[in-house]
Ligand binder design. Sequence first.
Ligand SMILES: CCCCCCC/C=C/C(=O)SCCNC(=O)CCNC(=O)[C@H](O)C(C)(C)COP(=O)(O)OP(=O)(O)OC[C@H]1O[C@@H](n2cnc3c(N)ncnc32)[C@H](O)[C@@H]1OP(=O)(O)O
Length: 257
Amino acid sequence: MAYDNILVETNGHVGVITLHRPKALNALNGALIAELGTALDRFEADPHIGCLVLTGSERAFAAGADIREMQPLTFPATYADDFLSSWDRLARCRKPVVAAVAGYALGGGCELAMMCDIILAADNARFGQPEIQLGILPGAGGSQRLTRAIGKAKAMEMCLTGRTLTAEEADRYGLVSRVVPLGELRAEAMKVADTIANLSLPSVVMTKESVNRAFETTLAEGIRFERRLFQALFATADQKEGMAAFVEKRSASFNNT
Ligand SMILES: CCCCCCC/C=C/C(=O)SCCNC(=O)CCNC(=O)[C@H](O)C(C)(C)COP(=O)(O)OP(=O)(O)OC[C@H]1O[C@@H](n2cnc3c(N)ncnc32)[C@H](O)[C@@H]1OP(=O)(O)O
C-alpha cells in the first residue's frame, strides 16, 4: 500500500507510523487521517505486531488540523457529515501506541498524542491547544483528555488562552511520561515499544483496557473489571509460561495464547 502523507515501517514486532507532510508541519488533513486509519487497521490485524510507535519530524509532531482544509467548512456541513467523528480511530486502537513527540504538538496534534498510551517528549517538544485563537475549540477530545491528564486549572489556561507548554512543563504536569534529548527520542520510543511488543499480547491488551477503564467508570466498577481480566489471564498459556519462567529462573517466551 502506498501512502502519501505518512511513512509506515515494521521493526521487529513494532509497527512505526511517521506523520509526513513536511511542508505543512504535518498538519492533519482528511487524507492523512484516512491513511493513518488504514495503517492502524493493518497493524492491529497483524499478529506479529505487539506495539506501535507514532511520530513526526524533529520540527513538528503535528501542528494541528489543516487550517486551510477547515477554513471553508460550514456548520450545516460539519454537522451533517459529523465532521471529526471518525478522527479518533487512534484512540480505539487496542494495541498500545507510544507517541514520540518532537517539535510542535498543537491542536489536533496534541489531541493525537493524547490518544496514544505513552507520550515520550523530545526536549524541543511544545504542546498546546491554540484553537481558541482561531475562533474554535479543541474538537478531538482535547478539552476532555487534557483536563483528565493535567487537571482543570492548567487545562483551562491552555484551552482559553492558547498558551503552549514546554516539554519540561508537560513532564511536570503529567502530560508526558518523560522527556529525552531530541537525538535519542526515536531510539527511546523504540526501546519502550519493543519491551511491550515482546510481552504477552493478551495481557498487554487487557492491561491497556483496564487502565483506560479508570477514566470511564467508578472505582468499584473499575476494580471489579480489573479483577475479571486478571482472572481471565489464568486461562492463557502465557500466564503458565511467565510464571514457570520466573520459578525456573529463565526468560519467558510468550506466544500470545
Ligand atoms: C485526529 C485528531 C485531529 C482532530 C482535529 C480536531 C480539531 C483541531 C483543530 C486544530 O488543530 S486547529 C489548528 C491548531 N494549530 C494551530 O493553530 C497552529 C498553526 N500553526 C502555527 O501557528 C505555526 O505554523 C507554528 C506551528 C507556530 C510554526 O510557525 P513557523 O513560523 O515555524 O512555521 P510556518 O511558516 O507558520 O509554517 C510552515 C508551513 O506549515 C503550514 N502550517 C502550519 N500549521 C498548519 C496548520 N495547522 N494547518 C495548515 N497549515 C499549517 C504553514 O501555513 C506554512 O505553510 P506555507 O504558508 O509555507 O505554505
